[in-house]
Design a binder for this molecule. Structure first.
Ligand code: PRP
Length: 222
C-alpha cells in the first residue's frame, strides 16, 4: 500500500484540523511538537504522511500531486486558482471575504468609480471588481495589516478577511460589500482521487460523519 500524503496549512487552522483528523482515528503525535524542526511526519500504521506548509503553497502541492489531500482555507483556494477537487467544507475558521473601508467609500462602489483597492488577495479582488461588478479599479498588493491602507490614504477600500469585525470597528472601518463565505476546505489531487478513491473516500465519509455528529450535538444543546 502506498502512502497517502496530507498537506496542512500552517497557522490558525492547523491545530483544529489536527483535532478533527484525530476524531476519525488519524493521529500524528509528532506533528504537535512545536519545538521540532521536522517537516514531514509519518504514521506507518495507516500509511499516511503529513506535512505543514505555508497556506498559499498547499494548492500548489496538491495540483502537482506532491500531496494527495490538503486542508486549506477557501480564501487561499480562490486566490491560487489551482486545478484540484474541493471535496468537503470542514466548517472550521468561518469568516467572510469583504470589501471594507470608511462608510464614505460606499459612494465610490455605488457609482463604479476608479478607486484603489489594497489587498493581500489580488486575484480575488480582480475577479470581484472586473468580472462581477464590471468596475475598473487599481489593485495594490499588500502583505498584512491591510486595514492600514484606507486610514493612511493608500487606498479607498480594501478586500480582506473579516472574522469578528473587531479589526474594522477599532479602526473606524466597516464592511461595504460581501464577496464570499470562507472556511477550511478539504482538497484532493485529481489523479489521487481516481487512483486512491477507496481510501480517500473513506476519509471524506468519516469526516462528514464527525461533522454531522457535531452539528447534531449543537442542535440538541440549543
Ligand atoms: C486577518 C484579516 C483581518 C483580521 C480580521 O488578519 O486580514 O485583519 O484577521 O479578523 P477580525 O474580523 O476578527 O478582526 P491576520 O490577523 O491574519 O493578520 P494580517 O493583518 O497580517 O493579515
Amino acid at each position: 500500500m502506498r502512502y497517502i500524503t496530507i498537506a496542512l496549512a500552517k497557522g490558525r487552522l492547523a491545530h483544529s484540523t489536527i483535532e478533527l483528523l484525530e476524531k476519525i482515528g488519524i493521529s500524528c503525535e509528532e506533528i504537535k511538537d512545536k519545538s521540532s524542526r521536522k517537516l514531514i511526519f509519518v504514521n506507518e500504521e495507516l500509511k499516511l504522511k503529513f506535512f505543514l506548509a505555508k497556506a498559499n503553497d498547499v494548492p500548489t502541492y496538491i495540483e502537482y500531486g506532491a500531496a494527495d489531500i490538503g486542508i486549506v482555507g477557501k480564501d487561499t483556494i480562490l486566490e491560487e486558482g489551482r486545478k484540484m477537487y474541493e471535496v468537503l467544507d470542514l466548517g472550521l475558521g468561518k469568516c467572510r471575504m469583504c470589501v471594507a473601508g470608511p462608510a464614505s467609500a460606499g459612494e465610490y462602489l455605488r457609482h463604479g468609480e476608479l478607486i484603489r483597492v489594497a489587498t493581500k488577495y489580488p486575484n480575488i479582488a480582480k475577479d470581484y471588481f472586473y468580472n462581477k461588478k464590471y468596475q475598473t479599479v487599481e489593485i495594490i498588493k499588500l502583505n498584512g495589516s491591510i486595514e492600514l491602507a484606507p486610514i493612511v490614504g493608500l487606498s479607498e477600500v480594501i478586500v480582506d478577511i473579516v472574522e469578528t469585525g473587531s479589526t474594522l470597528r477599532e479602526n473606524g472601518l466597516e464592511v461595504l460589500e460581501e464577496i464570499a463565505d470562507l472556511s477550511a476546505r478539504m482538497v484532493v489531487n485529481e489523479v489521487s482521487m481516481k487512483m486512491e478513491h477507496e481510501r480517500i473516500n473513506k476519509i471524506i465519509a468519516d469526516l462528514k460523519q464527525v461533522l454531522q455528529d457535531q452539528r447534531e450535538q449543537i442542535d440538541r444543546k440549543e
